[in-house]
Design a protein around this ligand. Sequence first.
Ligand code: C5P
Length: 400
Amino acid sequence: MTSSLSNRKIVVGVTGGIAAYKTAELVRLLVKAGAEVHVVLTEGGAHFVTAVTFQALSGNPVWTDAWDARMDNNMAHIDLTRGADAVLVAPASADFMSKLAHGMANDLLSTLCLARDCPLLIAPAMNRQMWENPATQRNVRLLRDDGIALLGPDAGDQACGEVGNGRMLEPEDIFEGLVAFLSPKLLAGRRVLMTAGPTFEAIDPVRGITNISSGKMGYALAQACARAGAEVLLVSGPVALDTPYGVSRIDVHSASQMHQAVMHHVAAHDIFIGVAAVADYRPVEVATDKIKKTGAEMSVALTRNPDILAGVAALPSPPFCVGFAAESRALDEYAEGKRVAKKLQLVVGNLVQDGMGGDDNRVTLYDAAGRHPLPAASKIEVAQGIVEHLARMLPARAPH
Ligand code: C5P
């Protein structure tokens, strides 16, 4: 499996805005993901970050001037986008958006955008008044109508000291927006509900029992589903992970809360994926005060938690149900056993020693047709493999 950007040619345009310093990091992320990056700076962009920075990061010559004689045929505006997978302008200033909206071509970047034969994405960045100005909003509508994709902007602190809409998205989110844009839309129009992470079952205000789960596999799968065009709602136990770009998240602690959230939302979804390491038992009673140590031993009475996944699969009209089985031995037997017992269409099995806590994983998929091992890879690549298999299994959608 390869990274989603390997061998992709991306032209990055940088216009005049202080957010241009973050584009250096964006270029680094793109190059790290295997993309071939060519940077084009406007005159304004070059005031903020020099060509040397972008040349060092991209490993390619940087272009600013429409009259640059380095291109043999003097046609940088044509040659740069030929064979490119996308042009990504970040930051896109109010002035540049206005030029784009009106088809102007009076510098290299605007000419190249007009002459391109590939998709164009822009990450706007400007002061909040400039963003909210009716002229900018009119341009946003024109750009959208022309099929140009907008990534952001975000709301928050601005370099000018004001707070509001117009901040450029963080480089990681722009990167993810581009990857999602270029990903095959295998789950377009699908609504995916997922659980991930551990659950925490309180004993008293400061203690509890939990399972070891970093949440990384579930979060990677949520990200892969979003990249594939699904609407994703993630019900998450306590983890130290950022919500993937384009994913909605509900935070819960206990299995009971997770169960409640899932049952509340499940009817509106056509796929349910249970990745969470749900605690099988919870204390019968939660002490309101901290329990003091007294005798040499203590015991806590436990009661069974509901099986969320089995409960969803047993609904009168259940969604397509996917489960996970993390086992320390006899993976085939236990994973296939869970698929049949819980009435699931697909189970993703892994040996705990292959995946727990780390960034890589090795999984085998189990469905009615048999077992399908996937190659060991990073969790996001494994997640993409799961999405591809899942998409092939889904019933065709009824025409609208
Ligand atoms: O714990 P077990 O190995 O049975 O987990 C298999 C699958 O069932 C996992 O996908 C897990 O998220 C789900 N599960 C659940 N609720 C439970 C226990 C497990 O949804 N109480």
